[in-house]
Design a protein around this ligand. Structure first.
Ligand SMILES: [Zn+2]
Length: 346
């Protein structure tokens, strides 16, 4: 009996020493206290063995082991309590700890790209104009010289608004930001030098490169003697500011109702610098958007004399630029509001 009892307190002592090594907080200390000194703890259980020992000498021996261990455990735990009390206080002013993260949110990647674009154009003397997203057929198509047969006017391509009493479907969600240009030209006289950023809508089935809502920026410059060379110079300077000084641009003839002549703008591929890669499908060029000289019919429509004034306009897609800049392969990510995607752009 004697030897077993001695082993029991020696065993408890070793066990406590082992447990102490795992303590790293005030909470751990409290758990240790409960385990050894608590009402249902190991020491309390050991005290119940007294009555099972018949020999008075054995009982004394056991009693000595018991009180020695109790003393030892109490001092160890008190020491730990004191230590972690102190550390808790130090924690509050520990200058070596990393700073707490401020959950103030970040700007959406499209907003970041848009702000960068606005900055570049502001630097070239453009001001920002905005207009309504719900537009009339007049501003969205007629005033922009869009022929009546043009497919963009189709119910299958455009979100017309079902407004009671509007049987002719006069209202729609704008399909481009060009209506802003008409509104500005109606109320301002040249020189006009603006960009119009904003959301636009088309009935596109969402896939990796199409979204029914997307963002555009359009630029417009109207003054005396404005030429296609001015357009080229501005567009080239813009894409160099955005994508880097080695960026080349090229203009391919195209048709847009609003401009005549019209051209598609391509820039040299950012990834292969013209060598040909997967992103540019081997061509070395990336399509960026439309441009051209404002059609004289459009100027006449807003009361600006096309014999005196001329102008150019261009448009580009914000998502397209953000996708190229950040290497994003699916346009839908911009509109799903998945925080795991968005927080990468903080
Ligand atoms: Zn390429």
């Amino acid at each position: 009996m004697k030897t077993i009892d001695m082993r029991y307190f020696a065993f408890l002592t070793d066990r406590l020493k082992g447990d102490v090594k795992d303590v790293s907080s005030a909470g751990d200390v409290e758990q240790l206290r409960v385990k050894y000194l608590g009402r249902k703890g190991l020491l309390s259980k050991a005290s119940q063995n007294f009555k099972l020992i018949e020999e008075p000498d054995d009982r004394r021996f056991y009693g000595r082991g018991f009180s020695e261990f109790k003393k030892f455990a109490t001092s160890v735990i008190e020491e730990l309590q004191a230590k972690y009390q102190d550390e808790k206080r130090i924690d509050k002013v520990d200058l070596t700890l990393p700073g707490r993260r401020d959950f103030s949110g970040g700007l959406h990647p499209l907003t970041q790209v848009l702000e960068e674009i606005i900055d570049i154009f502001r630097g070239m003397g453009f001001t920002v104009e905005t207009g309504p997203e719900a537009e009339t057929v007049y501003y969205n198509f007629d005033a922009l010289n869009t022929p009546h047969w043009h497919p963009a006017r189709d119910l299958t391509d455009t979100f017309y608004l079902d407004i009671p009493g509007d049987d002719k479907l006069n209202w729609l969600l704008r399909t481009e930001t060009s209506p802003v240009q008409i509104r500005v030209m109606e109320r301002k006289r040249p020189p006009i030098r603006i960009i119009a950023p904003g959301r636009t809508y088309r009935k596109d089935k969402p896939d990796a490169t199409h979204s029914p809502v997307f963002m555009q920026v359009e630029g417009l410059y109207v003054d005396k003697g404005v030429t296609f060379a001015d357009l080229k110079g501005t567009v080239v300077a813009f894409y160099r500011a955005l994508f880097g000084p080695e960026t080349d641009s090229r203009f391919r003839p195209h048709f847009f109702p609003f401009t005549e002549p019209s051209a598609e703008v391509d820039v040299s591929c950012l990834f292969c610098r013209g060598e040909g890669c997967r992103v540019c499908k081997g061509s070395g060029w990336l399509e960026m958007g439309g441009s051209g000289m404002v059609d004289p019919n459009v100027l006449e429509g807003v009361g600006i004399d096309p014999e005196v004034y001329s102008g150019w306009a261009f448009g580009l897609g914000i998502e397209r630029i953000a996708m190229l800049k950040y290497g994003i392969e699916d346009i839908r990510l911009f509109y799903e509001n998945d925080i795991r995607f968005l927080e990468q752009f903080d």
